[in-house]
Design a protein around this ligand. Structure first.
Ligand code: UDP
Length: 319
């Protein structure tokens, strides 16, 4: 079976994807510096604690590897606006080091974690993959830059890559003990669940957006569906498929207030909230046109109904 290096495999989406790669029969090696991921998310025999900037260390780890699934990156939009250098050095510098190590080791297949944030505030919704890049934050910019570099490396190095542009990853794999544990948490669903249990109000950022209830609309994709998109992308590359980029979302949008109501129903508790000003960098509506992924790779969202997402996230919080 092919042997896959998963960078950032101790993080939220990385660990759940590693779990599904193993279930699909792949051999998995994880590289993670544990700066934002957790040791408990990876079996000790698979975990290699290494920084992306350690090109020599990565080169050694890449021996005998057939493909890389590259998650390791910082992901907080707000933090990236306060510390852009940190984002450029980790997300761009770290990835360049990995790409250098891959070139040295002769590994020519890569699945890359990109983001809907590359589109910024898109003209057309649902967003197709050929919408222009117009990121609103250093985080989004760091991912857009790497996607462009991957295009060059396809041309000049024969590196075949698939960029997956995630919409709002959420949910969990409670049976596997894997789920969202960001420090500090900034994502909507875990914060709503905490407000439901603690009674401390959550701030709702903006109630005057041009949407039916005035709150932002997002495309929430269950992390299992997202993980399985990586498995499909990898299969495409292993079968000799060419470089490409795909949106990973459901095509359906939910407002912040709709998600809040779903959390109230699932937990049978009130979610206290206060209205706060808009958050910098938030687009009013981000919904994926994911038909390309469905058509080309035969992927379908299977667990991304909002109630199911909230149920799995809640079970993980309770575990
Ligand atoms: N949001 C909110 N309060 C919070 C966290 C998030 O109102 O405490 C809103 C946020 O403004 C956005 C949506 O929830 O409209 C999803 O935000 P999240 O940070 O989960 O994901 P993003 O869309 O930024 O990737």
């Amino acid at each position: 079976m092919p042997k896959i290096l998963v960078t950032g495999g101790a993080g939220y989406i990385g660990s759940i994807t590693a779990h599904h790669l193993l279930r699909s029969g792949y051999e998995v090696v994880v590289a993670d510096d544990l700066s934002r991921g957790y040791r408990h998310n990876v079996a000790p025999e698979r975990l290699h604690v290494v920084r992306l900037q350690d090109t020599d260390g990565l080169t050694r780890l890449l021996e005998g590897i057939d493909a890389v699934v590259h998650f390791a990156a910082y992901i907080a939009v707000g933090e990236s606006t306060r510390e852009p250098e940190l984002y450029f050095s980790n997300n761009i510098g770290g990835t360049l080091s990995l790409l250098e190590a891959m070139a040295r080791a002769g590994v020519l297949r890569l699945v890359f974690s990109s983001t809907a944030a590359v589109y910024g505030d898109p003209q057309k919704v649902p967003i197709p993959e050929d919408a222009p890049f117009a990121p609103l934050s250093p985080y989004g910019e760091s991912k857009a830059i790497i996607e462009r570099i991957l295009g060059e490396l396809d041309r000049y190095r024969g590196l075949r890559s698939v960029a997956l542009r995630y919409f709002n990853a959420c949910g969990a794999e409670p049976e596997a003990g894997l789920g969202e544990e960001h420090q500090p948490e900034t994502h909507l669903i875990p914060l709503l669940l905490r407000a439901a249990t603690s009674g401390q109000p959550i701030q709702i950022f903006g109630n005057d957006y041009p949407t039916p209830d005035g709150t932002c609309i997002r495309d929430y994709i269950h992390v299992r569906d997202l993980a399985l998109a990586h498995v499909a992308a990898l299969e495409h590359l292993m079968a000799g498929g060419g470089s490409d980029a795909f949106n990973v979302g459901t095509g359906a949008g939910h407002s912040v207030m709709e998600v809040l109501r779903a959390v109230e129903e699932e937990t049978a508790r009130k979610v206290p909230f206060t209205s706060a000003p808009r958050r910098e960098g938030d687009s009013p509506i981000l919904v994926a046109d994911s038909r390309k992924l469905q058509r080309r790779l035969g992927w379908r969202p299977q667990r991304s109904e909002l109630r199911q997402i909230v149920q799995d996230a809640w079970r993980f919080e309770l575990h």
